[in-house]
Design a protein around this ligand. Structure first.
Ligand SMILES: Nc1ncnc2c1ncn2[C@@H]1O[C@H](COP(=O)(O)OP(=O)(O)OP(=O)(O)O)[C@@H](O)[C@H]1O
Ligand SMILES: [Mg+2]
Length: 306
């Protein structure tokens, strides 16, 4: 028995509870492999939801369903009031233009300036060939500079992207995503290749942007402590299933563990513990190290290319 639609949702620390992402009974099969198994969660404007889980738990697959890059085997995905399964062609492209995406490896063009990289975020709306900075028009260049100011990198606008630190590059990628004026920001392990200090800066920035611009952010992470520090809500995934869905407001790790034990799902403390332990396994670290080495090699190869 559900509540009537008209019932107000509980207010939480000024966060507007306008559901922009609704996922229900989402199952995704890749052949025999069930990557997502009956997943359900919701996210609202201004809210930062962290998908937390070990490698292979389904975080990226879930994110890719939120902008229609994957099609569900069964279940519903509703984004900004639209049922994704009903969208095709231009209507899907229109919806995607309202959803920004940032990645672990930033994916900047190394040889372009910071400002040019940010401007590429408006490619969805700019048509035809663009001849350097001036191909974008003055208004867009000013908007790009404003976004660089938001992420604290205005002074680096004319520097080549590959001269920036990892944390700075991720902030450029965030500014680039803002060029779309997205209503939803999806972030797939945005700090996995950053040191702890840069990770905190980037997560802080993402949360500030979510709140000040009223964006819904859905962000995958594998670090329990970062999730507890920055998420408004944690959705824990194991083997494609949601095993945790809880607000994190003002909680320390210890408090969080205690509270998880009191909620109605009796297994939640052990599930949280299991996620934390799985994330600490050497295999996971090695995999991340391998991914980083591959990415670094790809970037080096890219730089050598003519
Ligand atoms: N395109 C695909 N084809 C086949 N299997 C896939 C595909 N994409 C994902 N999978 C499988 O789905 C499962 C979930 O993968 P996913 O990439 O979503 O995990 P993840 O939580 O993002 O992991 P990681 O932390 O390593 O990024 C894995 O078993 C993966 O092998
Ligand atoms: Mg992933």
């Amino acid at each position: 028995m559900g509540h009537p639609q008209s019932l107000p949702l509980p207010a939480t620390a000024g966060i507007e509870r306008d559901r922009t992402v609704k996922v229900a009974f989402l199952t995704k099969l890749f052949g025999e492999n069930k990557a997502l198994d009956g997943v359900g969660f919701e996210a609202g404007r201004g809210e930062l939801v962290v998908l937390l889980g070990r490698s292979g738990s389904g975080k990226s697959t879930l994110l890719r369903h939120l902008n229609g890059l994957e099609v569900p085997t069964s279940g519903q995905v509703q984004v900004l009031g639209e049922d994704l399964s009903s969208l095709t062609g231009s209507s899907l492209r229109r919806l995607r233009s309202r959803v920004g995406f940032i990645f672990q490896q930033f994916e900047l063009v190394p040889s372009l300036t910071v400002l040019e990289n940010v401007l590429t975020g408006s490619l969805a709306v700019v048509r035809g060939p663009r001849l350097g900075l001036f191909g974008y028009g003055k208004a867009r260049r000013l908007t790009a500079l404003e976004h660089l100011e938001t992420v604290g990198l205005l002074q680096l606008a004319y520097q080549r992207a590959d001269t920036l630190s990892g944390g700075q590059q991720q902030r450029v990628a965030i500014a680039r995503a803002l060029m779309q004026e997205p209503e939803i920001l999806l972030a797939d392990e945005p700090v996995a290749s950053l040191d702890p200090e840069s990770s905190d800066q980037v997560m802080n920035l993402i949360r500030d942007i979510a709140r000040s611009k009223g964006l819904t952010v859905v962000c995958s992470l594998h670090q329990v402590d970062l999730a507890l520090s920055w998420a408004d809500r944690i959705v824990g995934l194991r083997h494609g299933k949601v095993v945790l869905n809880t607000l994190t407001e003002n909680m320390t790790r210890e408090e969080a563990m205690g509270i998880y034990g009191q909620v109605e799902v009796a297994t939640i403390t052990s599930e949280f513990q299991a996620i934390a332990e799985e994330l600490d396994t050497p295999g996971h670290r090695e995999r991340i190290a391998r991914d980083l080495a591959t990415a670094a090699a790809t970037t080096r190869a890219g730089r050598k290319a003519p």
